[in-house]
Ligand binder design. Structure first.
Ligand SMILES: Cc1cc2nc3c(=O)[nH]c(=O)nc-3n(C[C@H](O)[C@H](O)[C@H](O)COP(=O)(O)O)c2cc1C
Length: 354
């Protein structure tokens, strides 16, 4: 594979149109989904030369998970629409790469089966579970217990979805049901019934406190775009936040994540690790995010493209490709060590004096 955009084209050609549209689409006019991509292109790296080798490594300890490099798989639903092995293929690839997978609440494979497959390959693999807090708190509590019992290392709570974003492509394609035989495996209740995921529009900080008091797992809030919300997350003793606009699939017209990252990094002031996702498609995009204050980045759609084209091997290729490109960008920027990866790497044009 030469580039992720080649892979995307291949995947889109392989998938049925309704599924391709589901994976690639954003909400409403897709302004934010496009802005996520364009905003990276609008930022420029500012290299130094003749500074010798990069003497560091890219290892990161993310809330107890040891990763070889700061790139993780964002939670994405329905991997079996992309490949028959679904989340198992993704998890195995992640385990082989010493990376971390955030399993979607809407996965087609149960969390226990996913962790088992990943840990069989690599007991140190990072697996977190993403949830939407359900109005039925008993159901939510049982799912958290399942995550704990299967040795998940973190709980990602998505908070940008009080209601479901309006996805015009899905409406046009009449895509509202999974094909026969596929389920949201984590949504099986005590009576053996697969429930629909409910979005709770009344969700507030008291619910996050409830969650925090009901689990030992580190909690990562996903879907933060405002510095005040970072301050509140820290005040509520949460372990991390993911700066995310859901890949432009929830509220359309919000800023690209890379644009709000510097303000949010300022608000966090190094007190918690910051994750960011949305539009990361190359090693230089990863470097831009790290330079602007992210501790790690997550990728959503590129994982799906790898999965659709070549299953487990395809996902592994995506991670290896980004890792290699990241190292190359770091060297091309003249970084000598991790400390050189800072906001000085981003070129800011001088305002003309007048
Ligand atoms: C097909 C698809 C399904 C997604 N499903 C979920 C989900 O179940 N839970 C969630 O919190 N985010 C979900 N997301 C959002 C991703 O976690 C992530 O924020 C986004 O994909 C990052 O942008 P990128 O795709 O440009 O890398 C989904 C995104 C896509 C593209």
């Amino acid at each position: 594979m030469i580039s992720l955009s080649d892979l995307e084209k291949q995947a889109l050609a392989l998938l049925p149109k309704a599924h391709a549209d589901y994976f690639i689409g954003g909400s409403e006019r897709e302004v934010t989904a496009n802005a996520n991509l364009q905003s990276f292109d609008g930022l420029q790296l500012w290299p130094r030369v003749l500074r010798g080798n990069f003497e560091g490594d890219l290892n990161i300890d993310l809330l107890g998970s040891q990763l070889d490099y700061p790139i993780l798989a964002a939670p994405t639903a329905f991997h079996k629409l992309a490949h028959p092995e679904g989340e198992l293929a993704t998890a195995r690839a992640i385990a082989r790469c010493n990376s971390l997978m955030i399993v979607s609440m809407a996965s087609n494979t149960a969390i226990e089966t996913i962790t088992e497959a990943a840990y069989e390959i690599n007991p140190r693999a990072g697996i977190w579970l993403q949830i939407y807090i359900q109005p039925d708190r008993d159901f939510t509590r049982r799912l958290i217990r399942r995550a704990e019992k299967s040795d998940c290392k973190g709980l990602v709570v998505t908070v940008d979805s009080p209601v479901f974003g309006v996805r015009e492509r899905d409406i046009r394609n009449n895509f509202s049901e999974l094909p026969e035989g596929l389920y949201c495996a984590n949504m099986k209740d005590q009576d053996g019934i697969f429930r629909d995921i409910a979005f709770d529009s009344g969700l507030n900080w008291d619910d996050i406190v409830w969650l925090r008091d009901n689990t030992q797992l580190p909690i990562i809030l996903k879907g933060i775009l405002h510095p005040e919300d970072i301050r509140l997350a820290i005040q509520h003793n949460l372990q991390s936040v993911m700066i995310s606009n859901h890949g432009g699939r929830q509220l359309d017209g919000v800023p690209a994540t890379i644009h709000v990252l510097p303000l949010l990094a300022q608000a966090a002031d190094g007190r918690i690790p910051l994750l960011v996702d949305g539009g990361i498609r190359s090693g230089s995009d990863v470097l831009k995010a790290l330079a602007l204050g992210a501790n790690a980045v997550a990728i959503g759609r590129p994982v799906i493209w790898g999965l659709a084209v070549d299953g487990e091997q395809g996902v592994q290729t995506v991670f290896q490709h980004l890792h290699k490109q990241l190292l190359s960008s770091i060297r091309l920027c003249g970084c000598r060590n991790r400390d050189d990866i800072n906001s000085g790497l981003i070129f800011t044009p001088q305002q003309p004096r007048g």
